[in-house]
Ligand binder design. Structure first.
Ligand code: TYD
Ligand code: MG
Length: 449
């Protein structure tokens, strides 16, 4: 028998190379290539249709996917309505953010009507039972297994035939077909691939837990993201009690839905109406604060954007954002100077979205700029004001999606004044809300201050 061939894979991005190199050819990181065994078995590439025949799209029989609700509405929202048979979901997040807690809670609810199995490679059955007791969940019929050998887990899955199985975590598993250590790229990828194949073949729903490294990559293999059907990430900072779960990929539903939970002494509690969560309470209006109505998936949310603008003491003024995109800030400051005549080139600018929420949509532009102007001029924005709108390079304020819904949500929470893009002016008046529709950034600044 010939010697097994080696293959070097990058622990950061998962790219492979036949020989060792100092720099990864995929992502350009240094010293990330580690040795693994080249996999030559064709079984890895087993087809999903048995006969490999070509057919017409409209001839393929489909049935509406039956969804299994987990019983936690916020989790179901992110999943697009519930779990799908044969679906594989990766749940990623920092250590200690609450992945095991969430899945234990979801499994005990599912266990009322479905057969479930919790496989833990990190905690002993005693530890899990203790946690269940603390969460006051102990009565549910959840099957437990403490195991890290993939072959044994697959055998148990085949024997127990659960409808939903949790693997906590994928980084602790190892398969005997590879010699590298558990947690290495090759192991994680192979274990996930085999579990996925098992899920597709048997219709078992598998939830994989994955830890995220400090750099934000799923420890080692970003490759998992394309193997699985859905990827959910925990976000929010561990200092606050709120935990946000965002779908960044979902083959069975929409992405960018946000599920909101609060960590309590009795586990994760759902926050079904999070719209006022990301506002801080000021006794009096303060400069540098602007309330934005953002749209997270199907739900509008109010988020306070804070800006601090202060004299810079170095030739390179600081531009820092928390929860918003850093590069966009530099761009917005240039637009502010060019189209509203307000210069900040000698100022440090810090931006923060309150509550650890991350905002990806450009609809935040106008709120960021008004917060900056407010801080720079040290004048508070009017009370009970909400703002949204994208700002273009020509200084125009562009419309955003679902303006009406955003305004209604703000009105519901007692806001009385809104500055919005002209095209987002609602056709019918919204009760209790005065709306200023603007076309240009300069008009918005005038209207606000
Ligand atoms: P855990 O689910 O173990 O995190 P992960 O699996 O993502 O690593 O959560 C651990 C944290 O949650 C721990 O710091 C304590 C906290 N916690 C509570 O605050 N209340 C609870 O009821 C539980 C079970 C955990
Ligand atoms: Mg855990």
């Amino acid at each position: 028998m010939s010697k097994a061939k080696s293959l070097y894979s990058c622990s950061a991005c998962g790219a492979t190379s036949p020989k060792w190199q100092g720099q990864c050819p995929g992502c350009g990181e240094w010293n990330t290539l580690v040795e693994g065994v080249a996999e030559s078995r064709a079984s890895r590439f087993e087809a999903l249709a048995a006969d490999g025949a070509v057919r017409q799209l409209h001839e393929v029989e489909t049935a509406e996917l039956p969804r299994t609700a987990t019983g936690m509405a916020e989790l179901d929202r992110v999943l697009g309505g519930g779990l799908v048979p044969g679906g594989v979901v990766l749940i990623g997040g920092d250590p200690g953010i609450g992945k095991s807690t969430l899945l234990l809670q979801a499994l005990t609810r599912l266990a009322q009507a479905h057969k479930v199995l919790y496989v833990s490679g990190e905690e002993s059955p005693q530890q899990i039972a203790l946690r269940a007791k603390r969460l006051q969940l102990e009565s549910a019929p959840v099957a437990l297994m403490a195991e890290i050998g993939l072959e044994k887990i697959l055998a148990s899955l085949a024997k127990e035939t659960p409808q939903v199985a949790v693997i906590d975590s994928i980084q602790t598993l190892y398969t005997e077909t590879l010699t590298s250590a558990p947690g290495s790229v090759a192991q994680v990828r192979e274990c996930a691939a085999q579990l996925t194949r098992f899920a597709k073949r048997t219709g078992t729903t598998i939830l994989l837990v994955g830890h995220v490294t400090k750099e934000g990559a799923l420890a080692g293999p970003r490759v998992l993201e394309h193997i699985v059907d859905a990827v959910l990430y925990f976000e929010g900072d561990t200092h606050s009690s709120f935990r946000l779960i965002r779908a960044i990929k979902n083959r069975f539903g929409a992405v960018n839905e946000l599920g909101v939970f609060a960590m309590t002494d009795r586990g994760l509690r759902e926050v079904s109406n999070p719209s006022a969560l990301f506002l801080s309470q000021h006794a009096e209006p303060v400069a540098g604060s602007c309330v934005l109505v953002t749209q997270e998936g199907s739900r509008p949310m109010l988020v306070e954007v804070q800006a601090l603008v202060d004299d810079a003491h170095s030739p390179q003024p600081k531009r820092l954002t928390v929860g918003l995109e850093q590069n966009r800030l530099a761009l917005l400051l240039a637009v502010l100077h060019r189209h509203a005549g307000i210069a900040a080139f000698d100022q440090d600018v810090f931006i923060n979205a309150v509550g650890g929420v991350r905002i990806n949509e450009p609809a935040a532009d106008l709120a960021v700029l008004l917060a900056i102007v407010s801080s720079l001029k040290d004048r508070p924005l009017p009370e009970k004001l909400v703002v949204f709108g994208e700002v273009g390079l020509a200084g125009e304020v562009r419309p955003v999606q679902r303006g009406q819904e955003r305004l209604k949500e703000a009105a519901k929470l007692g806001f009385t004044h809104a500055i919005v893009p002209k095209a987002n002016r609602p056709r019918q008046a919204i009760e209790g809300m005065t709306i200023t529709a603007v076309e240009r950034l300069a008009d918005a600044v005038d209207a606000a201050l």
